[in-house]
Design a protein around this ligand. Sequence first.
Ligand code: FBP
Length: 352
Amino acid sequence: MGDAVARLLTEVDSMAMITTVQQHILQQQQELLKSTGREASGTFSWLLSGITLATKMIEAKIRSAGLSDVLGAVGVENVQGEQQQKLDVYANQAMLHCLGLRDSVAALVSEEDEEPVTFNRDAETGKYILVFDPLDGSSNIDVNVNVGTIFSVLRRMPAELGTLEESILQPGFRQVAAGYVVYGPSTVLVYTTGNGVHGFTLDPKIGAFVLSNERMQMPEQGIYYSVNEANAAGWPEGYRSYVTMLREGGLGKTYSSRYIGSLVADFHRTLLKGGVFLYPPTEKQSKGKLRLLYEANPLAFIAEQGGGVATNGAERILEIRPTGIHQRTPFCVGGRREMEALQSALTGVLTA
Ligand code: FBP
């Protein structure tokens, strides 16, 4: 048979061990449906394959960004009043294109578009709503720092219970799936369908997201706090005394500061290493800066599935009833220990 062929066959055998994100979703669904005796239709994994295809296109563009004319702004402002980056536009188009082709999609809601893109599909076919931030961390794109894509999946409500618009504005606990992709030293996809949090690494050799972290859990207590302290003067007092307490070892550990300025990257570190990420209300943005539907809700779902906690400083993020697709919210997410202490600090009972 010859060594070369033998080596190749060993390599093929080793591939049998890999689990791609599509396989994992199908397995999860089969597990879920086994209890109800029904078969997984594959619609859901086909839907999510639209996300993996789009994020691979975005990943490829980012990896060679310096070599092609995709850095910098396009010279127009998006609905957020931010300078739209060329890669924001590309990422948005990639998501809209790849997901728009999926029959099961009734509407696409993007950070970059003022209004949802809706499809004339009946409720039986167009069952899902995809809400996404195509490229999070725009301010870091041109300086080669981690950026990401964040997504949330909602099920369309039956017509007798609500319109498509009302289905888009469902509270976060109604999400059927959520996830993000970090474009960093390696490209990692993390998702949940309410059955734990699972991480996949893009294997450039085979172009597939391969299972690398199953059932991820956020540590109960970490060693980092993450917040833009440049805004500290404009925070409500509770946040300032809380960060001071962490810095001075008030939780029995000395905390260090880490702030990348890309939410998806700061969240990914918090999921892996624990600690706390905060974007409090500020003088400039009294309702906070981050967006509820496509930033806070999906990450809160993942945090809770990973044993963490996510609030707006007062209530659970997933309980907030959205009133607008681009609504902002204060966002606090972290391990149980840090978040309990935050709650005490914000209710004026600062306890170690
Ligand atoms: P977009 O880049 O998607 O608009 O997201 C907003 C964001 O860049 C977050 O990723 C990040 O956490 C935050 O803004 C940084 O804000 P600031 O520069 O005010 O600290």
